[in-house]
Design a binder for this molecule. Structure first.
Ligand SMILES: [Zn+2]
Length: 96
């Protein structure tokens, strides 16, 4: 796990995250827990940050805004789960 003291992803990491998001988006659940959708989409970029940090949100409820780092963690959780480790999406949301 990366430390919180590194808030921005490098351009390379952003590029990787964007690829991973496309790959895993059909598994990424809305973080609000109020809608059960797996309909996350990109939502532009944060301003005043370079490299540009993509944002994400749920297209179904129009909420569930997720920043770059949180999305990275959510995807890491998915990838870990696929490798048999026990960690749920709820754990990630609670950490934030
Ligand atoms: Zn939603």
């Amino acid at each position: 796990m990366r430390k919180q003291s590194q808030p921005l992803l490098t351009a390379e990491k952003v590029s990787k995250l964007t690829e991973d998001f496309k790959k895993y988006r059909s598994y990424i659940a809305c973080p609000t827990k109020k809608c059960a959708a797996t309909n996350m989409d990109t939502n532009g970029y944060t301003t005043h940050q370079l490299p540009k940090q993509p944002r994400f949100k749920c297209r179904t409820c129009n909420k569930g805004n997720v920043n770059t780092r949180t999305m990275q963690q959510m995807i890491q959780t998915l990838v870990s789960a696929r490798h048999g480790q026990e960690k749920t999406m709820a754990d990630i949301v609670l950490q934030n």
